[in-house]
Design a protein around this ligand. Structure first.
Ligand SMILES: [Zn+2]
Length: 281
């Protein structure tokens, strides 16, 4: 039974975060190339939540081309050249037929769609055609993301019909969450829990509870991941989100500030903006 109390040891969390940042091993994500600090020799990608196992140098030895392509994709994303980055995913998938790449590409479509939306100016005078173009592109990208997620989900279902593995079950659950199919995601978590891996099951429960707005339970799962053994830096992100949702803004702000320093990714920036907005009202 999960405890629903929200006793947050903020100082303890910050200590572990700083320890992970300074002394932790950095693991690379095989589908998005993000490097995430961890203390446990395993972890979850801070960008796409894929399970991580390898360091960059080990992957360079075993698959240099993959590392180079993922680096190139990230350089394209940084330059807001989403079209080129998406095209590179097409090439990667064509070469390897790795289903998880479809999931990573879907997330990139969502990001590109948000980028197109951000280019719409409602006060634009005389440039409404350009707004319509960005709106149309944004919609197209969201449809493409849904198609990719459905395709990947279908492929994982097929694969699970042949053999049950925890990574495939977890990936299917991630996809079901992105598609907001919470009933299916919950069933996947039940099946995942039978695999006997407490770490990945607890992580899956955390993101499920957070997605359905049960922040007391997402916090309890997150708290269990902010420990040196079985650590995930994303636990700090979800704990911060839960604290913010419970209006504990001072604690949330302290955590997000350190998290932002350790991980320079957009999730933290968005969370900080939300906290500052809530503080101002
Ligand atoms: Zn990733």
């Amino acid at each position: 039974m999960i405890c629903v109390c929200m006793k947050a040891n903020i100082n303890g969390y910050i200590k572990i975060l700083e320890r992970a940042s300074r002394h932790g091993q950095r693991l690379i994500c095989l589908i998005c190339g993000t490097e995430t600090p961890t203390l446990a020799g395993k972890g979850m990608c801070s960008n796409c939540e894929n399970a991580l196992y390898a360091g960059r140098s080990a992957l360079l030895k075993s698959n240099r081309q993959l590392v180079n392509t993922l680096d190139y994709i990230n350089a394209m994303i940084k330059a807001s050249n989403y079209e080129q980055a998406l095209k590179l995913y097409d090439d990667l998938y064509a070469a390897s037929k790795e289903t998880a790449l479809l999931y990573a590409q879907a997330l990139l479509c969502i990001r590109a769609s948000n980028y197109e939306t951000s280019l719409i100016y409602y006060t634009r005078n005389g440039f409404m055609e350009e707004n319509a173009l960005h709106r149309a592109r944004s919609t197209q990208l969201m449809s493409r993301a849904k198609l990719l997620l459905n395709k990947a989900g279908y492929m994982y279902q097929n694969s699970l019909a042949n053999a049950e593995t925890k990574n495939t079950r977890y990936m299917l659950m991630l996809i079901q969450l992105k598609l907001k199919d919470y009933k299916a995601a919950q069933e996947s978590i039940e099946l995942l829990s039978k695999q006997g891996d407490e770490y990945i099951t607890n992580y899956a429960r955390m993101i499920f509870y957070s997605a359905v707005g049960d922040f007391k339970n997402s916090f309890a799962c997150a708290d269990a991941l902010i420990k040196p053994e079985g650590f995930s830096i994303n636990g700090v992100y979800y704990a911060t989100l839960a604290l913010m949702k419970q209006n504990r803004l001072k604690d949330a702000k302290r955590l997000v500030t350190v998290l932002g320093r350790v991980l320079k990714i957009s999730n933290q920036n968005a969370l900080m903006k939300d906290i500052e907005f809530l503080e101002s009202v």
